[in-house]
Design a protein around this ligand. Structure first.
Ligand SMILES: Nc1nc2c(ncn2[C@@H]2O[C@H](COP(=O)(O)OP(=O)(O)O)[C@@H](O)[C@H]2O)c(=O)[nH]1
Ligand SMILES: [Mg+2]
Length: 402
């Protein structure tokens, strides 16, 4: 995407942010890990704070890159791959988080740093709809082994667009709340999902990460990586599939040859090149986006950008409660060939209510993983991984049930 185009997006212009070195991020026990999600914008105008941050010892990426033989821990089963060390990819760990979640954020950071980032020193990027507190910045900076940046999300990217009929949206929230649909009555959750769906990757603070995803992804030509896949609550996305089909009908050129429709639609045969229409019903399978490794270039590309804009124009983020996970997943599943998508079978991950644990011996004998192999969502009845295996095969480190 060109700079001009990016600039036309008001959310991309969310300028001001304050860059400092520190670190942080939020997911629960990760058996090692890389990226995630998030967004930002922030301003720390306080000269005092700025000075305090300037004064702390800095570990710059450039310095780290010059080390010759870092304490590298082989985390992958893919021994044939030359992995660039020291965080030389243009990648960051992104965490969208609230100030009050500082403990959880620190725990997630600790986990990622201990198992992975202490050897790579990738930067952390923290995004919040409110300015981060001094405490949040100090602690997360202290936890990070690499540079850290904080940004505050612009109101424009974290509020209902003026096109939304507020009465209608409120009506939907009350109704979903009465039906006890998870986050059904929450406005901020809707802001969050819309932001993660369509804005985080265009924020000013993310611009420097516009090329490569992490090394494995790059060396294997992957665009999107996930760890857990499951079914979405149908009540939150009642019209998402219909809208998606509408979009493809108007933009059939974006439907990739050899896409993942077979994973998204049971019994689908519409994965051949040249298909212009999607048939069948969405089976609700989606990649869980609270952990994902993605090329920002994909989100910023024409297909996903137009898809998000189309979805956003329908108001479904507010009238219903579309999650960023199914939105990302439908984009990934339809606009990318399936071989661009990777299941990281050798990464353990936990986010209530699901956990997965690598099944291969090496992940455990190396000391990298502490998780219980039998606590593995992959083969749970709510997991969509078997459907993924059906179209993409089983990766090293994953196991089908006996
Ligand atoms: N700054 C900020 N972060 C939020 C807000 N709502 C959710 N998040 C973050 O967005 C991510 C997903 O939210 P979460 O409540 O965990 O949703 P779930 O993972 O879908 O159950 C987490 O990292 C939260 O910290 C919000 O209102 N403000
Ligand atoms: Mg969460």
């Amino acid at each position: 995407m060109t700079g001009t185009k990016l600039w036309r997006n008001p959310c991309a212009a969310v300028g001001a942010l304050y860059t400092r070195f520190a670190g942080k991020r939020t997911f629960s026990r990760i058996c090692y890990s890389l990226a995630v999600i998030a967004i930002i914008y922030n301003l720390y105008e306080s000269a005092e704070l700025r000075k305090a941050l300037d004064d702390r010892p800095q570990l710059k990426l450039e310095t780290v890159t010059q080390q010759t033989e870092p304490d590298f821990q082989n985390w992958s089963d893919h021994d044939d791959i030359t992995i660039q060390r020291n965080g030389t990819e243009k990648a960051t760990m992104v965490m969208l988080v609230r100030n009050r979640e500082i403990r959880e954020a620190l725990a997630s950071m600790r986990s990622v740093e201990d198992r992975f980032n202490k050897n790579f020193h990738y930067p952390w990027t923290f995004l919040n709809d409110k300015p981060f507190t001094k405490e949040f910045i100090e602690y997360t900076t202290g936890m990070a082994s690499g540079p850290v940046e904080y940004a505050v999300i612009s109101e424009e990217c974290w509020s209902m667009p003026s096109s939304i009929n507020v009465t209608l949206a409120k009506h939907g929230m009350v109704e979903m709340s009465n039906q006890r649909i998870i986050y059904g009555g929450s406005l901020s959750y809707r802001h969050m999902c819309r932001f993660n769906s369509g804005f985080f990757y265009n924020m000013e603070i993310m611009k420097k990460y516009d090329c490569d995803p992490f090394t494995f992804m790059r060396t294997n030509d992957k665009v999107y990586g996930f760890v857990i896949t499951m079914y979405e609550f149908e009540a939150t996305i009642k019209t998402l599939w219909a809208r998606t089909k509408e979009f493809i009908l108007g933009n059939p050129q974006f439907l990739a040859a050899n896409n993942s429709l077979g994973f998204l639609v049971d019994g689908s045969e519409a994965s051949a090149a040249g298909d212009t229409e999607i048939v069948g019903n969405y089976n609700l399978c989606h990649f869980w986006s609270n952990f994902e490794i993605a090329s920002l270039n994909f989100y910023r590309g024409e297909a996903y950008t137009k898809y998000f804009e189309f979805l956003d124009s329908t108001g479904g983020f507010y009238y219903e409660r579309w999650g960023d996970a199914p939105v990302h997943s439908l984009g990934v599943g339809l606009f990318l060939p399936k071989d661009k998508v990777h299941h990281f079978a050798d990464i353990g991950y936990s986010h209530p209510p699901a956990s997965r644990c690598p099944q291969d011996d090496k992940s455990h004998t190396s000391g990298r993983c502490l998780c219980n192999r039998s606590n593995n969502f992959d083969t749970n009845g709510y997991s969509c991984l078997p459907k993924w295996w059906d179209i993409a095969g089983v990766n090293q480190g994953a196991k089908r049930p006996e």
